[in-house]
Design a protein around this ligand. Structure first.
Ligand code: HEM
Length: 234
């Protein structure tokens, strides 16, 4: 396994652990006894969704990331606005760009049917769907630690504060990740997530280039900057 694949996998593990609200023991085998069909069912629905639209794999990966950075990996991103729930869906980083909710709904319904009861958390579904999406698009695989609990609350305010903005410069991005227990190498490795999916063009100047640019360039520039800052490790 190459250095970059290893870094990416290690960073995903850290992302999940650093930002997770979980039951006492997380384990890749958490549903082994209670619902052995859970993981194959998630994989089947993800593969089907990616077959229909390849971009969906990228959207599901981003959904997991945006879930984990706000209150931990607790599926709070899935909650709609009610009188007591401050939905994260309308925060600037999610509004009109977070997608894949209908695929997660479909997975949840098929998993509940396969298990015979609602034993699998939506937070675990998001984490496994992200991994299966990357694999379905030809990327590497990793073990997903399972046993996360779903939140009954969400926070638009935290989503606004905690999700990184494309207008942040490298020190701000490093600080943003540090707040979640992740270091600069994790930032660089996880920014590799932008090698899949679609990105809109920013209407205003981008802080990295002083030119209007696709956000696709952002991680590449961040990686170059990080190499200069930390010394090349290619
Ligand atoms: C480092 C800070 C990050 C910033 C500032 C950032 C920002 C963005 C922005 C602005 C978009 C375009 C959204 C749109 O136009 O609809 C995007 C897309 C995307 N991001 Fe990030 N992102 C960051 C980190 C990450 C991480 C850590 C991952 C996953 C490991 C990730 C995965 C993705 C994916 C897969 C897409 C494409 C989604 C799609 O096609 O639906 N991003 N990101």
């Amino acid at each position: 396994m190459g250095y970059h694949s290893f870094s990416l996998l290690a960073s995903f593990l850290l992302l999940s652990l650093a930002t997770t609200a979980f039951s006492s023991t997380l384990s890749p085998y958490y549903y082994y006894k209670t619902c052995p069909q859970a993981l194959p069912t998630i994989r089947r629905v993800v593969e089907d969704a990616v077959r229909q639209e390849r971009r969906m794999g990228a959207s599901l990966l981003r959904l997991h990331f945006h879930d984990c950075f706000v209150q931990g990996c607790d599926a709070s991103i899935l909650l709609d606005k009610t009188s007591t729930i401050d939905s994260e869906k309308t925060a600037p980083a999610n509004n009109n760009s977070a997608r894949g909710f209908e695929v997660i709904d479909r997975i949840k319904s098929e998993v509940d049917k396969a298990c015979g009861c609602p034993v699998v958390s939506c937070a675990d579904i998001l984490a496994v769907a992200a991994r299966d999406s990357v694999v379905a698009l030809g990327g590497p695989t990793w073990n997903v630690q399972l046993g996360r609990r779903d939140s009954t609350t969400a926070s638009r305010t935290k989503a606004e504060k905690d999700l990184p903005s494309p207008l942040m410069d490298l020190p701000a991005l490093i600080k943003n990740f540090k707040n979640k227990g992740l270091d600069a190498k994790d930032l660089v490795a996880l920014s590799g997530g932008h090698s899949i999916g679609l990105h809109s063009v920013l209407p205003s100047e981008n802080i990295f280039t002083n030119n209007p640019t696709s956000t696709l360039l952002l991680p590449v520039i961040a990686i170059l900057d990080a190499r200069i800052t930390m010394g090349s490790q290619t």
